[in-house]
Design a protein. Sequence first.
Length: 251
Amino acid sequence: MSNYAHVTYDYRGASVLVTGGTAGIGAGIAKAYKDAGAHVTITGTRSSPSEYDEDLSGYQYRSLDVLNNEQIDQLAASTQQVDILVNNAGANFMVENEYDPEIFDKSVQVNLLSAYRLASRLQPTLAKSALKGGASVIGLASLTSLFGVEVVPGYGAAKGGLAQLTKTLAIAWAKHHIRVNAIAAGFIRSRMMGPMMSMPEMMAPVFARTPLGRVGEPAEIAGAILFLTSGAASFVTGQTLVVDGGYSVQG
């Protein structure tokens, strides 16, 4: 079972799909569900789990390029059971210049369109779930869902769209006993954050603005997600929960 400060989650019998679950936040989410007893499928971009340095033997692994709609459709078609879908896969393309229309399009595909496509294709399977509190779809939103960040216009547009999509799908799919929520993650220790965290001059203003005075850990995102997909949150849908140590509440 998975424990968070005296809170215990039991997901035995549940089938969970976490996209981008091989590293960073996705790996933290996948591990939390596995520790709670769930059957966890993760996706990654490589053809085989043996190509990763990490030990992925506790998961079912599926190769998925979220730029490839055919692969998304194939994954959904071959998934026989899913109670919880965590659309975690994502990336920003700042170094490729998201102001270029082609790169902007790629960012929106990776961070928004692929998430909707997979959720839509899996909706009939999710609707069959017997999970207490109903099936769940979780989107990984961002602080850029809340305010603008100049260097990532495509990423920000996609993450803003994901927060709005969460509301719409929550309304549309409630009759199918599917709850739809999102997490707006703040500054979380991950491979994507690595370069920024190695530069104290960049992190100093982040820490100064964050009431808790630190970056978050992947397990802290996972804890919020385990709550949202549990029976304890059975009356919660259409919400984007901000998990950022208080960064977004500072004036």
